[in-house]
Design a protein around this ligand. Structure first.
Ligand SMILES: C[S@@+](CC[C@H](N)C(=O)[O-])C[C@H]1O[C@@H](n2cnc3c(N)ncnc32)[C@H](O)[C@@H]1O
Length: 262
């Protein structure tokens, strides 16, 4: 009987990941990285460098990488060497990554929704009796998460946490732009508040920038709707996310990225 419930839960989660696009997003990231090469490399290099500096300044035993995905932006060799315990957390782990790193005794894969409930809440929304206030109240009431690891890295995840949810929700119920922003802010703020002080880093895009074929600025759109704390060591860069005009057909899309210690 227990086995039945286990498989039932697994199939339910698998279906949710497909319907809410978590599974296809992983393939999309890998494809885009191969397609873009140069424009992505400097972003990945900057992310890795920021993490390397952070871990060398904070000698510790354990680390949790939130939004680990393909680990493209993670200095894995150094991390495996330096930490007794490496937890890789994502809602969906690519099989190739699990196969490659499972052999390391200090590496553990944790499959978790890092909103700690907003994904299932959204998946269960009934379009006939959706109530935005009730929905927001439930997300605000999600209990604070305590991360056990000595160091925590939130890695190119923050904007993604809300986008999957608001995209799925807007296919089910009518929401205006202000309501979408309100939902995204609540989800993003929860994540930021839960990052442990003085032992976390946050790396995230915060704005989409649109440029034409001659790299002339056309416009921009925020991806983060909360204030990101900044300090002396905060770094910013541009991630040339889509230079082939496949994300948006009418322009290239660059992402403004910030990396900061929490
Ligand atoms: C842009 S990727 C981060 C890049 C990643 N480090 C890589 O190299 O592939 C965002 C990651 O966030 C994960 N993600 C999105 N929403 C999530 C959620 N609610 N809980 C956990 N992970 C989530 C995605 O599965 C994806 O792996």
């Amino acid at each position: 009987m227990l086995l039945f419930f286990y498989f039932y839960a697994m199939i339910k989660e698998w279906l949710r990941n497909i319907r809410m696009n978590y599974a296809s997003e992983q393939t999309y990231i890998a494809q885009r990285m191969l397609q873009e090469q140069g424009g992505w490399q400097s972003h990945l290099k900057n992310s890795k460098k920021f993490i390397e500096e952070f871990i060398s300044e904070h000698p510790s035993k354990s680390i949790n990488i939130l939004g680990s995905g393909w680990l493209l932006d993670v200095p894995m060799d150094k991390i495996i060497e330096q930490f007794d315990s490496v937890v890789l957390t994502d809602i969906y782990h690519p099989k190739q990554i699990v196969n490659r790193y499972s052999k390391y005794p200090n590496v553990e894969f944790k499959t978790a929704d890092l909103t700690y409930g907003a994904v299932d809440l959204t998946y269960a929304v009934n379009k006939r009796n959706f109530n935005l206030e009730e929905y927001l109240t439930k997300i605000k009431a999600i209990k604070r998460v305590n991360y056990d690891a000595d160091l925590v890295v939130s890695l190119n995840l923050l904007s993604q946490l809300s986008i999957f949810i608001t995209d799925y929700l807007t296919n089910k119920v009518a929401l205006d732009n202000n309501q979408i922003i309100e939902i995204a802010s609540v989800i993003q703020l929860n994540h930021l508040k839960w990052l442990p002080q003085n032992r976390s880093v946050l790396i995230t895009d915060y704005e989409e920038e649109f440029v034409d074929e001659d790299n002339k600025f056309i416009g921009s759109k925020p991806t983060i709707f909360i204030d990101i704390p900044k300090s002396n060591g905060t770094k910013e860069w541009t991630w040339k996310f889509d230079s082939q005009m496949t994300y948006r057909e009418d322009c290239k899309t660059y992402l403004k990225v910030v990396a900061t210690k929490i």
